[in-house]
Every structure is written in structure tokens, then in C-alpha cells.
Design a protein around this ligand. Structure first.
Ligand code: ZN
Length: 431
């Protein structure tokens, strides 16, 4: 890894929601942003990258994914959430540690190649995912998929030992406490998981209020909404990331804002599973930090953050019948700064001192031109796609270049992931 790199001649969106993009250069030293400057300046950096024709922006942050879903996408289609969860459960229950390792590598490869530098992965074999993330180099938060009603899922005891391991290694892969949701975890387990997150001063990740039916069932069981119930179990707060929050009422929204709870908005999954449309504009207006997520590959079916940005933008405009809501700079802000805040990572902007997590995106192709400061944000959100990413850097390390993972170690990964995916499909057809 070069200790110092300069990227020059790029159209820089240093903080997408603040300030006009400028043509200039960014210097990276020892894994961090050292300087951001308009124009071109002499440099003694070890490597100089000419980024003419490209936008340079903070890496995109995926705040909700499931790596175990990546190898069998296209199966279990056309079902609503409850039936869909039941359909994918038999595959989940048979997944081995080694299969999850390949699935996680494939997930992180797809993410890196399409511009994701950080990912929150709620996964079934967290040690395998943890190993995969460290080896491939993505910044990751591993959240074990804990649910005491599902015997094949990891336990809070396993989460504790992984938290100990992560604390000792202290690098770009971290661990949150993961709890599937209020229906597949007992209240006691939710409270215990929240206490564990507090003990380790780490994050907590759950699904919440994804469908109208879930809210109705929790209301009839507890007398309150899922958000209120999580509040009563001390599971809300500045270190909690809730996926979905589609069906949240006025009091829920106030509680999310008051407690500083983050929301991972996953428009594809909500549309595909027929769950509904999250009230993103209203949540943001109330001060809730709303970040973006792909959800798992079976619910999306692509882990492309550019696709997520476009869906997030267009769905709100259509539902609210207002083309002015969520302008492109706000969408980019959700995908970068808001995501970094949700995961509590030192990235999300190109500012000296922050980690050098960044991407270069071609904006001079037929479908993205012309490249101008005034339309860069719009073209990144509404025209670009993950395959336009030509370089992905995490902590100053270049992990992808020209549409390929840089390390030759991963040359056989696509073949390995196809083989394991076919094994999983074959095992399902036998059961
Ligand atoms: Zn999910």
C-alpha cells in the first residue's frame, strides 16, 4: 500500500450536502485525508492518480445488508415478508460456516466494486463474515443475526466472544449487537442484547416496523407499537440503527428523534416485499438520521448503492407528488455522512483527518455526461450506476480499480461463489 497518494483532476464532492463541487486534488497520507484543494499542485506523493472525467466523493455506506442472502438471489420471489421469511428459513438453517464465508466475500466484493466502502452486515455466521471482511479490506460492522425463536441463529454469548475479539484487534471491522426483531427475539433477549451493547459501548441493530401486520401483532401483544416497545426495553438511542421503520406513527417518529435512533432506509426491500414506503421526508424533517441500505440480495436483488440512491429519491417524489423533495445532494448526504454517523465510523466526508474512504466515479460516459459542477450530484444519483465506479479506496488502500478487485487473491472468488450458490440451490431442491 502506498503511504501517500494524490488524486488530481477530479471533480470533488468533499461534503456532498455542503458547497459546490470543485475540480481539484485530494492527498491521502497514512490512510487518512491529508488535504483537499482546488486546482493542481505539486506533490511528492508516492503515487499520483489522474482522475480526469471522474467525480471523487466519500465512499458510500450501506447500513443494512445480509451477506448470507447473496448466493441464491432470484429464489423465493413474489412473497410478502412473513411468507418470504418462512421460505428462506430452510436455506438459512442449513448454511455452513464455509458457505457464509464465501457469501460474505461475494457480498463485500459486489459492494466494493459498486462504490460501497462501509457495510453493516447482519449475518448468520458472524465469525466467517468477520474473517471475510478483514481479508477483503472493506470497512464493516458485523451484527450477528440473533433470534432466540430460531435455533439456527447465533447467540448473544457468541456475540460477546466476537465483541471481545474485535476489541482486541481494533481495526476497520467492528461488531454491533444484532437482534433480528421484536417477533423472533423474546423481550428478555432484546433487553439483554441492549445491555450487552451498552457494556461494550457499541451499536445495536434490529429490524423494526417493516410491515403493518408486524405493528398490529406487537400492539396486540404489548399494547404499544414496536418502536415504543423497543424504547421500554432500553433498545433505542444514539447507538441504535433500526432497519425499515415503514409503519411508524407520530409518537414513534417523535421518539426516534428524541432518542437519536438511526434509521436504515431500504426502499427496494420495502417495495419488493410489498411492505410499503417509509416516511423518509417526515423523519428527516423531525431530525431523525436516515441512512440508506440495500437489505439482503434476495430482497433487492442488487447490492448497488447507486440503485438505492435513485430508488430512495424517486419513490418519495412519487408518493408525496412533489419533485422538489429529497434533492440529489440530500440523497448523497444520506448515502455518505448519514451512513457514517449511523455506523459511528470516522468517514463520510473528504475532510483532513478523516479516514480515506473514497470512490472515483466516471461521469464522462454516454449516460452520465456532461460532467459539470452544477449537475454532478443529479447525475450521480439519477444517472450513474455501480459499474461506473473506477476506484474504491478504504483507509487509504485501493481495493478496486477499473472494475476489478486489486488483489489477485480474489481471482477465483466469482467461480467459488457460483459453485456454492449452486450447492445451496441443489440442497433446497432435495428437501
Ligand atoms: Zn433485513
Amino acid at each position: 500500500m502506498s503511504r501517500s497518494i494524490v488524486i488530481r483532476n477530479a471533480l470533488i464532492l468533499a461534503q456532498p450536502s455542503a458547497g459546490q463541487p470543485v475540480f481539484g486534488q485530494v492527498e491521502i497520507r497514512y490512510g487518512r485525508i491529508a488535504s483537499v484543494a482546488a486546482g493542481e499542485h505539486a506533490s511528492d506523493a508516492e503515487e499520483i492518480i489522474d482522475a480526469a472525467g471522474c467525480a471523487l466523493l466519500p465512499g458510500l455506506v450501506n447500513t443494512h445488508a445480509h451477506s448470507h442472502s447473496s448466493l441464491t438471489r432470484g429464489s423465493a420471489e413474489g412473497a410478502a415478508l412473513d411468507a418470504w421469511l418462512a421460505a428462506i428459513e430452510s436455506e438459512q438453517s442449513q448454511l455452513t460456516e464455509e458457505q457464509e464465508y464465501i457469501a460474505a466475500l461475494a457480498t463485500y466484493a459486489e459492494a466494493l466494486l459498486s462504490g460501497t466502502t462501509a457495510i453493516l452486515d447482519m449475518c448468520l455466521h458472524p465469525r466467517a463474515a468477520y474473517r471475510a471482511a478483514r481479508e477483503i479490506g472493506i470497512r464493516a460492522v458485523i451484527a450477528p443475526y440473533v433470534a432466540d425463536s430460531k435455533p439456527f441463529t447465533p447467540t448473544l454469548a457468541e456475540t460477546t466472544s466476537l465483541l471481545d475479539l474485535a476489541a482486541a484487534e481494533d481495526d476497520r471491522v467492528r461488531v454491533f449487537v444484532g437482534l433480528h426483531d421484536l417477533e423472533s427475539c423474546s423481550d428478555a433477549q432484546i433487553a439483554e442484547g441492549a445491555a450487552l451493547a451498552r457494556r461494550f459501548a457499541t451499536g445495536l441493530h434490529l429490524h423494526c416496523s417493516e410491515t403493518e401486520g408486524q405493528v398490529a401483532r406487537t400492539r396486540s401483544r404489548t399494547g404499544v407499537t414496536p418502536v415504543a416497545r423497543l424504547g421500554a426495553l432500553r433498545a433505542l438511542g444514539k447507538r441504535t440503527v433500526l432497519a425499515h421503520c415503514v409503519w411508524v406513527d407520530d409518537a414513534d417518529r417523535r421518539l426516534l428523534a428524541e432518542t437519536g435512533t438511526h434509521v436504515a432506509h431500504c426502499p427496494h426491500a420495502n417495495l419488493k416485499l410489498g411492505s410499503g414506503v417509509a416516511p423518509v421526508v417526515d423523519l428527516r424533517r423531525r431530525g431523525v438520521n436516515v441512512a440508506l441500505g440495500t437489505d439482503g440480495a434476495k430482497a433487492n436483488n442488487r447490492l448497488d448503492p447507486f440503485d438505492v440512491m435513485k430508488f430512495a429519491s424517486l419513490v418519495q417524489k412519487g408518493v408525496l407528488r412533489d419533485p422538489a423533495v429529497l434533492p440529489p445532494i440530500e440523497i448523497l448526504d444520506m448515502a455518505t455522512r448519514c451512513g457514517a454517523a449511523a455506523l459511528d465510523i470516522p468517514a463520510g466526508a473528504l475532510v483532513p483527518g478523516l479516514a480515506a474512504d473514497l470512490i472515483l466515479v466516471r461521469l464522462d460516459d454516454f449516460h452520465t455526461q456532461p460532467m459539470l459542477p452544477d449537475n454532478a450530484a443529479a447525475n450521480l444519483v439519477h444517472a450513474a450506476r455501480g459499474s461506473d465506479v473506477v476506484l474504491t479506496m478504504v483507509a487509504g488502500e485501493i481495493l478496486t480499480r477499473s472494475g476489478r478487485l486489486v488483489s489477485e487473491r480474489w481471482d477465483s472468488l466469482a467461480d467459488d461463489s457460483r459453485r456454492v450458490g449452486l450447492e445451496l440451490i441443489a440442497a433446497q431442491s432435495l428437501t
